[in-house]
Design a protein around this ligand. Sequence first.
Ligand code: ADP
Ligand code: ZN
Ligand code: ZN
Length: 724
Amino acid sequence: MIAEVIVDIASGETDKIFDYLCDDDVVVGSRVRAPFGPKTLPGFVMNVKESTTYPKEKLKKVTLCEDELPALTTECLRLANKMAERYRVPKALTLRLFLPSEMRTGRVRELIRNYASLNETDGEYKILKTAKNQWGALEFLKENGKTDCAYLNRVFPGAVNALAKKGYVTVTSEQLLRDPYKTMDGEKVERILTPDQTRAVSSIQRDAKTVQLLHGVTGSGKTEIYLTLIANCLKKGQSSIFLVPEISLTPQMLSQLRSRFGKNAAILHSGLSAGEKFDEWWRLRTGEAKIAIGARSAIFAPLENLGVIIVDEEHDSSYFSESSPRYSTFDVALLRAKYNKCKLVLGSATPSIETYKKALDGEFGLIRLTKRINQRPLPEITIADMRREVRRGNNSAFSAVLKEEIEKCLQNGKQVILFLNRRGYSQSVICKECGYVVKCEACDVALTYHKEEKCLKCHYCGSMYEPLTHCVNCGSHKLSYAGTGTQRIVDELKKLYPSARILRMDNDTTRGKEGHYKILKEFGEHRADILVGTQMIAKGHDFPAVTLVGILDADMGLHFSDYRSGERTFQLITQVAGRSGRANEKGKVVLQTFNPENDVLRFAVSYDYEGFYRNEISRRAATAFPPFSKIVRILITGEDEKKTVESLKTVYLGLKELYQAQMEKFLFFDRMKAPIKRIENKYRYQVLMRLVDTSVLADVYEICAGARSRDTLVTVEENPVNLS
Ligand code: ADP
Ligand code: ZN
Ligand code: ZN
């Protein structure tokens, strides 16, 4: 038999399919090891055939990796092919998305352990005196009993095999499954659905449209709807994928899923060890587990016979990949839903403008949940006008009304969440004499002062610097620490409320596998009174004792020149506000702003998504921004500025031809430095365009793929989440 193999080369540059000889047990989708030049590399079998035109004597042979099933299903192969075509990247690159990276590199395997144990004998061993290893192993086994062969082979090379052949020891295999959540056994709660939830479930299942948007206010019980959909699929023997933003994979959520679905659920997330990921992945591949739960990359779960795909918090920007290929999770999910003829359910309290438009246009089904569970009211949002505070001489981060509310909460034994989307102590260090801003040496970015670690940190590359005593430009000692971050907020709170227990949750406090969990658990168990955090506190968390949320700087996102800044601000405010008053007590929200008359804030304060949407969509239509056009950015980065500019020129000239030939499809076309000119020592240039007709996209990708070189990276981004 002949196998057509894609060799998984690290650079991913080659995408040639090579013919190899293979045994009969090699099937499409198998992982193989293929001799390639002087090396043997992992590869994927894309096709199997009877014969080849390639000269027989030159054919080499692949060996099968010992998988009980081909690693890639037919659907996965098709999808990988489609994505490679769509994003013009080598197939080796898209194929990788479908396997845990640890598996590709062969660094982890099933934890199959072989154990050796002694057989009963009459005490006589026919072993040569000189066979020291065999005698050694024998002695060891007598003393210690059953032992891992890997250990014995290391200490007494060759001995186990020899002893087994002679019948003195028996080797047994046992597979160890690494279960990341052994310790999680929450109580099983199966709730009776409310009439609204029942209606939503049946409407999703019955409606003919593939994509269903579940637009439900925060606390309306969307999770219960997802779980019911999954359970219904399970009853029919179908599998499901449930995607959530990484940060929502809280212990609460995980134990809820585990208690509900037990071993049927496999959980994939970045906190797992390589071995755990591998085992969870195989449980899905073999069908032992039928539900894949995870962040973005779980969309590639190796499940067959899908019954539903759920994307919770569908507006979340984490659903766009930030590394090549820069796929949209939604696009992949839609392909999978169509292939499996199943529903794709998008859920959100604040759907993205694009999604909502499609729902209104009738392309997606639309289900609305306008009330919280048990008719609990949405928390009332009070605006604190920070201009007035300043006029009254209050220059602190807290308005009078917020301070008052915090006090009330603390007195009543309730919990408070304070939201500020900026970590560190101060945002930047500026010289008051000459205006010099302290920047990172590797990036064109202002450094943030971190008081706790006593250093200046770059939030782009993570570099740390000694704090300055004077300005390096003019020598002045008058340095100002401008802009407040979460660390400073905690400092100020400690002064205001010395007895309050305060937790901080941001990128600095949540490092490591258990980082988020520990903080969320502590807060959830009411072992703290105030939680200060960045946007990672906004999502999904359900803390019943929280009755006050303070949004310290609602304006922060509004001033970005990004066309989505209004949408983001609305979403964030709604999400954060939604953390308040989720149980029996009515919740409150204080929103601090210098722009109280801003449209976006006004709609957010009254929970008027429809109003916000109408306002936003007409603005987008008038300015021809997405969804009425598509923004495409080609980012060219490289360490050598000259070569980067060279690359930019090549790309630009290629694209310019395209532009000149089909100008009517472009609203905008130009090249420039990226807003942040350097990150991690790499220079950044871009070609920016706005398309009214996306039929040129394939050519854009083609031109950019052609401009790839050793020294520079060329990436194409569609409607990029981050334009810095
Ligand atoms: P959402 O995801 O829409 O923000 P959740 O699914 O977190 O809302 O539900 C909000 C709260 O209501 C949760 O505490 C949840 O346990 C509770 N809840 C949901 N459905 C029901 C139900 N049918 N009966 C009782 N409580 C429910
Ligand atoms: Zn840096
Ligand atoms: Zn200075």
